[in-house]
Design a binder for this molecule. Sequence first.
Ligand code: ADE
Length: 224
Amino acid sequence: MQLDVVTLFPDWFDWFAGQRHVRNVLAEGHELRTLGLREHTPLTGGQVDDTPFGGGAGMVLRVDVMDAALRAHYGEDPTELRLRRRVIALTPGGRMLDDAYVDELAAEPALTLLCGRYEGFDERIVQHLASDTLSVGRYVLSGGELAAMVVADAVLRKLPGALGHADSAVEESFSTALEGHPEYPHYTRPARHRGWEVPEVLLSGHHEEIRQWRRARSIERGGA
Ligand code: ADE
């Protein structure tokens, strides 16, 4: 997968790219690239935003700036680009991220995440330059960068080779393997701490009983 992030703060992603599971997928040949909006702006002084028409607080990311950045990076009209590549505007009112959305994105060969800042995007970015919207929750972040990291983390860890153990991302919370339920509880050593016991069945070595117990706990947690 080629995962591109369009942002005012490309260096924020240096830390992210250094995390083990991200390094693992990059070593498999996947790519994580950042595209700095300020480096590509056609406006003077690195300007990227402007005051909203109609008045109001804050600044809005300009459509001409996003258009120019995407065009410079991909060498084609972004209105064409979005027909062949998922270009996702990160916005609090967007399509809510869940495990099914993550699976859908993890199956794509290429993604572009657009990070807004301040009061967000000029709506024409969403309408004409993006193919999708995405929200990480119904609350407002100061910009899309943390949301982009949430998306990148959730998507990249689904790719083969990201996690140490091949099954780790299959049977986990909200996955189809768990029929959409949250994951069952985990325990490790010590088996007893301050009188807090690990459920007996997990120490029993009976794989079928353990499987049934885990399934029951997962379903039980379903409503939470
Ligand atoms: N940008 C600002 N807030 C956001 C959110 N909740 N989800 C996605 N992008 C955002």
